[in-house]
Design a protein around this ligand. Sequence first.
Ligand code: FDA
Length: 304
Amino acid sequence: MIETISKNIFLYASQSRALNTAAKKWGLRFGASQVVAGETIESAMKAAKSLNEKGLVCTVDHLGEFVSSREEASEATEYCIRTLDSIAESGAQCNLSLKLTQLGLDIDVDFCLHNMRRILDTAKKHQNFVRIDMEDYAHCQMTLDMLRELRKEYENVGTVIQAYLHRSLQDVKDLKGVPLRLVKGAYKESPEVAYQDKKQVDENYMRIIREHLLSGSYTAIATHDHNIIAKVKEFVEEHGISRDQFEFQMLYGIRKEMQVQLAEEGYTMRVYIPFGNDWFGYFMRRLAERPQNVAFAIKGLFSK
Ligand code: FDA
């Protein structure tokens, strides 16, 4: 009960434009630096290189929410391009994750498409890959439509499918051959479109993982759930699925020992590194997922 209330408070805060805007001026606070790798590209590259040294590969995400003007979307596009250039310069084993609403999806779909093409051209030049994160249900169909359009021209782009959505098994079937990151889902969605019960989400998660792996498609299994990870290990063993066909992914700062352990066992382990001054919404969603993390947020209140 208390867990549900706190989860809803954090999810509500994550969607508050006023709090997100205010937090940009605060600098990383409340312990956010444990899950956000600083505010600059340099700090993200430093984190990526240090994880690479431990045998982990990475993806970086320049945090940004509530983009409502063309100027902001163009700025975010330039930032993505600069980030891809920095990855190439630094030699880090790292790709890019981004959100279409940052690039103007809510402003003008064609403008967003144009921005994505510029980013993907840069990624192609550096032989790198771009992952389109999946946002809330209201943007799901638009994101998949844009991905289909981009896949006609680019192979170096993929997206994310969320197990909590009723539609996801069909989406995964339709996206055979496309590199997908599969997750449980991080937003608050209605029972009309999403499973609310954890057991049902977990069951659907395994269903979509099995579907994508068996179709021979490259699959990123992005979870901190050791039960799911154990099941995936067993499944790939049973079906003779090569380790080149999948990877595990986890978020920066979460279950760090397990990240290293999986890499030491010979699995590809990719760490998602968020950075930037727009950290508040991301941090609130992490607190919503795991209220135990509130302890480090409270400690952070006193230490900056
Ligand atoms: P869940 O939260 O159900 O936890 C399962 C179990 O794992 C827990 O019961 C506990 O035992 C263990 N556990 C979890 N966190 C732990 C911790 N900090 N310490 C110790 N044990 C812990 N979502 C989305 O909607 N769109 C997206 O694009 C993405 N992208 C994305 C990328 C990557 C790399 C990751 C890892 C996740 C996402 N997500 C996402 C978020 C995802 O949808 C989901 O909200 C979180 O991963 C939390 O769910 P888990 O699968 O980790 O399991």
